[in-house]
Design a protein around this ligand. Sequence first.
Ligand SMILES: [Zn+2]
Length: 99
Amino acid sequence: MSIDYDTPRKTDDDLDEGSVDEFKTRRGDPNSGRVDQDESEAAELFELPGADLSEEELTVRVVPRQRDEFSCAGCFLVCHRSQLAEQRDGRAYCRDCAG
Ligand SMILES: [Zn+2]
């Protein structure tokens, strides 16, 4: 009855598993393959600030924190004073972090 259906299905599964296994074997541990990808992504992220370091330094020097801005002690973002929600021990917290 369902032999016709079962046979091709089994072949399909075999094919799938086989290709996946081959894939894993070629890349070694499947986890290492993942880490590899993450690492290359992280490396790209690391290279960006390194390459633009001088420019970034310049930007920081040219644009210091504005008087109407503060750096939040919670998220370390520079926020506008209108975002200031709380001050504790001389530290300012934005609305997101004060709650
Ligand atoms: Zn904050």
